[in-house]
Ligand binder design. Structure first.
Ligand code: ACO
Length: 703
């Protein structure tokens, strides 16, 4: 399949421009002219019903009239003609259709889009688009688009869901000096999608980094699989951070999940490096396409200025690669290339006296030293140095170093001469920026790349003790009652079936039963209303805690019942849950949504009644491996609370991580049934003492 996409869309040996025009200003004219101007070496066939030749090339009335094979067709006829053209291209055996034409699903014309896809499928042709700018490839001198020219030569490949942004990035590649081999406009993704192109470009010898601009993905799981299987770095900028329409707010998780969070989680799990904005996408792409990953945590900074050194140190901590002092032997060597008042620790400050030689010698030594995993070289323009000479010195060191698998990134701060040095370095394969923070962030991308490889190699191992049958029985019973909202008791039965520990409880239907059950469970107890119509029990006055004796149990029973009736007079009340009062523990939340793009998705965070105020939560697409679960526990702001603060013993993170994995299995297993769920609060006890789910909520999918 990759082969068809590669030959049909990215490396065709012949292209028909269907809708080629001799009229300047028409897209059919521009695409044909662009192919000629980019010196495309394959055969070009203009297709036009009336012309004999266009721009000096013989034209044909239809692809069917062309003698010999055609690999690709760039289609620039109006939408209403595309179905007939697709049919003809199929008959001709054309593998790839680059449909530039607009006027399909993006304006609600889904039917025509489905028809062209169905027609192409019948003939085994693949469609890129419709509603695209086209495809540009430096390696094949192919500008099959209406973007003005091929981008600056390089090894990155951009796949963009915005045509206008692709055109802008094409031009900006020259001013920003970020080289691309391919630019691919993906448009409506009626057939070929991100996943297909990523798999294809992963096999492309001219691509070293895959850069994505994403507005929305349809098949999240397919996308994740393609990214996980890719060996090349993938960087993505996702636009649209407003919350998902699909996430209704019946649960805490539903109200806290948003597109940005779920996409962010999916990106992390698929080994995708993220860009925070357009500039960041360029800057990080530059490093990822030119340098190897940073395979360890030891970052060394060499500078001639203390100020930029401190700025870089701050940035390194912010970006997840905090500095450590270099070992003695590195410091001893560095001291040879600085005056006495320099600093050999880290950052290595060669001082303003540093000339080209000191830079060259220290850079070469650092690259070859086993302690150093990544090197950032900072330079401030001084009156005593010539920036271009410093740049050339750095390059000499890179060439002379025996180690070739370590990343280096440069920052040069100054005027025009420094800018010229940056350009020179870029032309010579060394990422260079005009600020220390940007250089550090680019290096952080290379560190993230190395970590991403480890993440995607993790395999999820489900525990073998799930009781799906019991869970389905509980769900079936609720559906038979015509309910989509489970009671707390039912939700806990499902959780228990997946090995998640919940508080013990019994459902009392009378005052006498309430007392009997309270005695059985043992005082103190908690009593709660059980009604499918009352989801927010506390709001309804439906919860009483710390009930210590029979009299209090009787009173609680009657008060809760009265409150519930007051809250919702027609509520269907199943009874009152008498529950063990779990000892205090750190309150966290587990939850899930069934995301429209990525399916079952987990949430973990600080729990209790302030969940939606604190919003200290993190997400992962299910299933979640134990290692990812531990990372989730560590990445919320409140992580120190779990580690044990102010003399408190550390919490049982292993048991909590285990619960995250089980929960993620549960929502994946029951993805056709469960729409949203919460376990809140979950009490986390001291290390070795486990966890307990105190309250549970499950909302079923509508059927
Ligand atoms: N086979 C081949 N050529 C044909 C056929 C046929 N069956 N029928 C007609 N043609 C020729 C026409 O005769 C014409 O050539 P001519 O100038 O010699 O007469 C040529 O195809 C183009 O047809 P027109 O009717 O002139 O269409 P026009 O060029 O005005 O528009 C276009 C066609 C560009 C595809 C338009 O419908 C469209 O979709 N424009 C938007 C494209 C776009 O922006 N896409 C990217 C979106 S991303 C972004 O926004 C940046």
């Amino acid at each position: 399949m990759n082969n068809d996409i590669m030959t049909g869309l990215f490396k065709p040996k012949s292209i028909a421009v269907v809708g080629a025009s001799a009229t300047p200003g028409k897209i059919g004219y521009t695409v044909l002219k662009n192919l000629i101007d980019s010196q495309y070496t394959g055969k070009i066939y203009p297709i036009n019903p009336t012309a004999d030749e266009i721009l000096g090339i013989k034209a044909y009335a239809s692809v069917m009239d062309v003698p010999g094979e055609i690999d690709a067709a760039a289609i620039t006829v109006p939408a209403k003609l595309t179905l007939q053209v697709t049919e003809e291209c199929g008959k001709k055996g054309i593998k790839g259709l680059i449909i530039i034409t607009s006027g399909f699903s993006e304006v609600g014309n889904h039917e025509l889009e489905e028809q062209i896809v169905e027609t192409a499928k019948r003939y085994g042709s693949r469609i890129l688009g419709p509603n695209i700018v086209g495809v540009l490839s430096n390696a094949d001198h192919m500008n099959a688009s209406f973007a003005p020219f091929l981008p600056m030569v390089g090894k990155a490949a951009l796949i963009s869901q915005s045509g206008a942004l692709l055109i802008a990035m094409d031009a900006a590649s020259y001013t920003r000096k970020v080289g691309f081999d391919k630019l691919v406009s993906i448009g409506n993704m009626s057939d070929v999608d991100f996943a297909d192109i990523i798999s294809c470009l992963n096999d492309d010898e001219n691509t070293s980094c895959i850069t994505l601009y994403i507005e929305g993905i349809r098949d999240g799981r397919k996308f994740m699989d393609a990214c996980k299987n890719a060996t090349k770095p993938i960087i993505a900028l996702k636009s649209g951070t407003s919350s998902h329409g699909a996430a209704a707010a019946a649960s805490h998780t539903g109200s806290l999940a948003g597109a940005a969070k779920v996409y962010g989680a999916a990106f992390k799990q698929s080994g995708i490096i993220q860009a925070s904005d357009l500039n960041n996408l360029f800057d990080r792409t530059q490093a990822l396409s030119l340098q190897p990953p940073m395979n360890g945590d030891n970052l060394l900074i060499i500078t001639n200025g203390g100020g930029v050194g401190v700025l870089a140190t701050d940035a390194a901590e912010r970006d997840g690669i905090p500095l450590k002092f270099a070992p003695k032997e590195v410091q001893d060597e560095m001291k040879k290339h600085m005056p006495e008042f320099g600093s050999a620790k880290n950052p290595v400050d060669l001082t303003g006296m540093a000339g080209t030689e000191w830079y060259t010698e220290s850079v070469q030594f650092a690259l070859d030293h086993s302690w150093v995993d990544g090197l950032v070289v900072l330079y401030c323009e001084t009156a005593m140095t010539n920036p271009i000479e410093i740049a050339k010195g750095i390059k000499r060191a890179v060439d002379a170093a025996k180690t070739k698998d370590k990343p280096i990134v440069v920052s040069a701060v100054g005027g025009e001469k420094s800018d010229a040095a940056i350009q020179w370095l870029l032309e010579n394969g060394i990422p260079a920026y005009n600020s220390p923070e940007v250089a550090i962030n680019a290096m952080a991308a290379l560190r993230e790349q190395a970590k991403a490889k480890i993440t995607v190699a993790e395999k999820f191992k489900p525990y073998g003790d799930y009781d799906k049958e019991t869970a389905l029985k509980v769900i079936k019973k609720a559906r038979e009652d015509g309910r989509e909202s489970l009671t707390e008791i039912e939700a806990k039965q499902i959780f228990e079936a997946y090995g998640l520990p919940t508080t013990k409880g019994l459902l009392a239907k009378s005052e006498a039963e309430a007392v009997e059950f309270a005695k059985k469970i043992g005082y103190p107890v908690v009593m709660k209303i059980v009604s499918p119509e009352i989801l927010h029990k506390s709001d309804a006055g439906g919860v009483k805690v710390n009930i210590k004796d029979d009299a209090a149990a009787r009173e609680a029973y009657n008060v809760i019942l009265a409150n519930a009736k007051n809250y919702k007079s027609d509520a269907n009340i199943h009874g009152i849950l008498v529950q063990e009062m779990a000892p205090w523990g750190t309150e966290v939340i587990l939850g899930s949504i069934n995301d429209a793009t990525f399916g079952p998705t987990m949430m973990f965070g600080l729990g209790g009644i302030f969940v939606e105020v604190l919003k200290d939560v993190t997400f992962r697409v299910s299933p979640v491996s134990e290692n990812q679960a531990l990372i989730m526990l560590d990445e919320i702001r409140g992580a120190p609370i779990l580690a044990g603060v102010r003399g408190e013993a550390p919490r049982d993170k292993e048991a909590m991580a285990n619960a995250v994995c089980r929960y993620s299995s549960m929502i994946l297993d029951l993805k056709d049934e469960i729409s949203e769920s919460d376990a809140n609060p979950v009490l986390v006890y001291e290390k070795g003492k486990g966890i307990k789910i105190v309250d549970a909520r499950v909302i079923l999918k509508k059927k």
